[in-house]
Design a protein around this ligand. Structure first.
Ligand code: ADP
Length: 176
């Protein structure tokens, strides 16, 4: 059952021991604020070195896409960097692009034979995506993926703030 593989926790994603944690990166892949800054600070320079190599190879990461690097000093094994959409009113493909972030991150985990993956609430910080809508998109995309792929054993949703925690738990309890 897909829903049994989902865990919702409150906390700091840099502390999570999973096969991969997901970073809400920006398209430059060269670091930023919020969860991105926290991951690079805690993980050390190896993560940025891998990001630079990816940039040299493919020139950054488009919104909705994902790339994978080492996790450096973090307890996780890998960091999957995905670029969420900036909320711009809702008529600019934001919903599809946010769903793409979750789906592409999960696909990348599968391709690398990673069984446990932790997500932050992508786009709900500096990128201002409405948190309630983001929680529903995250949950529906994850559940759909888990129903279609049995290789992922656990998806952890790591909520940093109370509002994201409330919306995520509420959506899970009411709809999943
Ligand atoms: P974005 O640019 O995609 O909006 P942010 O990093 O600004 O990215 O915010 C995304 C979410 O990550 C926000 O809900 C924020 O509260 C959360 N966040 C910030 N720091 C951490 C952390 N250390 N662990 C988990 N989530 C975090």
């Amino acid at each position: 059952m897909a829903y049994r593989k989902i865990r919702i926790v409150k906390g700091d994603i840099t502390k999570i021991k999973a096969d991969a944690i997901v970073n809400a990166a920006n398209s430059s892949l060269l670091g930023g604020g919020g969860v991105d800054g926290a991951i690079h600070r805690a993980g050390g320079p190896d993560i940025l070195n891998d990001c630079r190599a990816i940039v040299a190879r493919q020139g950054g990461c488009k919104t909705g896409n994902a790339v994978i690097t080492t996790a450096g000093r973090l307890p996780a094994k890998h960091v999957i960097h995905t670029v969420g959409p900036v909320w711009n009113g809702g008529d600019n493909n934001e919903v599809t692009l946010l769903a793409n972030c979750y789906r592409h991150s999960l696909e990348l985990a599968s391709r690398h034979h990673l069984a446990t993956i932790a997500f932050p609430n992508i786009s709900t910080g500096i990128y201002h995506f409405p948190k309630e809508l983001a929680a529903s998109i995250a949950m529906n995309t994850i559940v759909t993926y888990l129903e279609e792929h049995s290789d992922i054993e656990e998806v952890i949703l790591v909520c940093y703030d109370d509002e994201n925690l409330r919306y995520t738990e509420q959506y899970y309890n009411q709809h999943i």
